[in-house]
Design a protein around this ligand. Sequence first.
Ligand SMILES: Cc1cc2nc3c(=O)[nH]c(=O)nc-3n(C[C@H](O)[C@H](O)[C@H](O)COP(=O)(O)O)c2cc1C
Length: 357
Amino acid sequence: MSLKALLDALPVPILQAPMVGASSPEMALKVSQAGGMGHLAGGALAPADIGPAVAAMRQGTEAPFGINLLMAPKARPDQATVDAALARLAPWYAELGEDPPASPNEFAPDFDDQFAAIVAAAPPVASFTFSILTKGQVDALHAAGTYVIGTATTAAEARAWAEVGADGISAQGSEAGGHRGHFLAETEASLVGTMALVATIRAAADLPVIAAGGIMDGRGVAAALALGASAAQMGTAFLLSDQTAASAPWRGAIAAAGDDPTRLTRAFTGRHARGIENRFMRELRAVENEVPAYPVQNRLTQPLRGAAAKAGEPDMISLWAGQAVKLAGPGDAGEMVQRWWAEARAASDELAARVRR
Ligand SMILES: Cc1cc2nc3c(=O)[nH]c(=O)nc-3n(C[C@H](O)[C@H](O)[C@H](O)COP(=O)(O)O)c2cc1C
């Protein structure tokens, strides 16, 4: 078996994107049970919680599923950097009546420990973003029977994943919601649109490509497959589903989204991510390049975002969403996947009729 064969055999070639803070184990289970591929967001999980999360998926379905990790660098910021970042955030905490957090000792779960937990849990698929595994790490996953998907935002990143032995590429176009997965070039040089990205990665690497970014319905799925992708990965399209973990003010902002509401920002986390623009993004725009790099800023704004979500205040929450967010709608995640596949088939029938005319 290969990842390509696994994807080709999926009853529905749709991967639910792993989304820290927005997807849920119930969402992943519904999608895998409906014939797509569910994806656990492992990025924020403590290493000890990874094995049980994989075991629960296995218990719920015999269908394939994945788990995703964020490859955050180890952070050891000096005290002055943390103090300056907290001082910048103090007025925002004050506005919510909250004290800024004390200087944390840990900024993110330890990647090496999370990785070891995934190897031990041996899920069918593991996917990675923000950086690249070594060949030795890929070999360890293969020895456990796990296929490896690497996130790439350029053809060069796809080639790099091919060189370390990855089984497939998640091609993340600039339309995509959430954090950018680039790791070779700076953000500005890593903003290829999904259509150009899928085509150039197909030409660059002999690996199955999973198209991600701006795909919101069956027409988008059909377009991704027509471009030569083996599957479509959808994130924003699930944000209003019954199984979403997005907070109420975040869902409210999505439901009220206008035509072109998203921008890239570094202000919330110290790494560029796409979300619905709000006051925090606008007011920190001028200094966003000065905030400490991920995961430090991410950790320092976490309590602010948590308090804002509780207070129903969308202006201080990271409202991650992709460019086509206006098309997000409600429903059961499993039923959505099946509806999109029916739409994709109808769209390709329409296209076939047009081609043969
Ligand atoms: C709210 C949100 C959170 C995300 N979190 C992750 C994550 O934890 N890991 C990851 O690899 N990608 C993450 N992504 C990016 C998705 O994997 C995918 O590239 C993106 O959702 C595709 O574009 P779309 O949102 O237009 O469908 C996230 C996306 C969103 C919208």
